[in-house]
Design a protein around this ligand. Structure first.
Ligand code: XMP
Length: 326
């Protein structure tokens, strides 16, 4: 029977056999799949691998550091960081339509990744070692969903900022192709990856960009990031991470309501909590979180995040609601 140790050994052998002495490139999204795929390839071929992290500025509090600092410390991977926060903010300026936001984020992500890729390829070519392989964190359910077969793994790429266009320049290395999500997490833990990455709940590729209802700007991102960090910390402190599938926290940036704080009137934005229970994200129900937890989250967000004066709970199942608001 399979153990996690067996999986690691077998995949390391396969990667070595496939890659030989060639150089390999891998995009990191901050999520568990790309991190575990990269860590396996690093274990197999070490410095032949270069990882690319495009920081679009739309991740949650602490997530960029988890990649740039903790992932690197635990794997020793060569990491190329593209700091593209400004680029994404400029591209998103004035945009409010959800699909347009998604398209812009997806387009800029691919452009930024390809620029990073070209920089790394130039350096590798100068050293006489062209890059032949691209790592993808395709899982078994993705393979099945897309009808199986080699190379048919990309069903989500139009939907997923972490996924790249079918890149004919490279041969694909897909060390997670036979694995389910829980096995991927077990392999990540076995490889010593940070618990925050291994245990990370689903998070959309376009990130906080689609959790700000209205135009995305730096100030709004900062507000949402702080509220989201509080909500996540309280969920974890209550020991309920495993009771919810994910809990989007959404900023209604174009809505304001009147409130009162101390002696003064406030006119701030609402935050929506969207905790859901689900098996596969295709359908979902709203999670019946304990009232005292909801009260703590609400008190802390309204006290600690200037500009937020109301916290509301989304009690819609999917369907008819989707999990994300955009
Ligand atoms: P919805 O909102 O459609 O979300 O009910 C279903 C699941 O997909 C996630 N999601 C995304 N994941 N790129 C991703 O990688 C995306 O563009 C994207 N949009 C939604 C969402 O968080 C939920 O888990």
């Amino acid at each position: 029977s399979w153990t996690t140790g067996n999986i690691v050994e077998e995949q390391v052998e396969r990667i070595r056999a496939q890659v030989g002495n060639s150089r390999v490139i891998c995009g990191l999204s901050g999520g568990v799949d790309s991190a575990v795929a990269a860590a396996l390839v690093q274990r197999a071929v070490g410095d032949q691998l270069t990882c690319v992290f495009v920081d679009h500025g739309l991740l949650r509090e602490g997530e960029a550091e988890q990649v740039e600092r903790d992932f690197v410390a635990s794997t020793g991977v060569n990491l190329y960081v593209a700091n593209e926060q400004k680029r994404f903010l400029e591209a998103l300026a004035g945009v409010t339509d959800p699909e347009t936001k998604r398209k812009i984020i997806g387009r800029e992500f691919i452009r930024a990744f390809e620029e990073a890729e070209r920089a790394i390829m130039a350096e590798a070519a100068a050293a006489g070692e062209p890059i032949r392989f691209l790592v993808q964190g395709t899982l078994y359910p993705d393979v099945v969903e897309s009808g199986g077969g080699e190379g048919a793994a990309n069903i989500k790429s139009h939907h997923n900022v972490g996924g790249l266009p079918e890149d004919l320049k490279f041969e694909l290395v897909e060390p997670l192709r036979a694995l389910f999500k829980d096995e991927v997490r077990a392999v990540g833990a076995q490889l010593g990856l940070p618990a925050e990455i291994v245990g990370r709940q689903p998070f959309p590729g376009p990130g906080l960009g689609i959790r700000i209802i209205g135009e995305v700007n730096q100030e709004r991102l900062d507000l949402l990031r702080r509220a989201d960090a509080i909500a996540r910390a309280e969920l974890t402190a209550a020991g309920l991470d495993n009771d919810v599938w994910q809990m989007p926290v959404v900023l209604l940036a174009d809505v304001r309501s009147v409130g009162v704080q101390g002696d003064g009137r406030t006119y701030g934005h609402p935050i929506v909590l969207r905790p859901v229970s689900s098996e596969d994200a295709m359908t979902a129900d709203w999670s019946r979180l304990p009232y005292d937890l909801l009260a703590r989250i609400s008190n802390r967000i309204t006290n600690e995040v200037d500009g937020i004066n109301r916290v509301v709970l989304d009690v819609t199942s999917k369907p008819p609601g989707t999990i994300e608001w955009e």
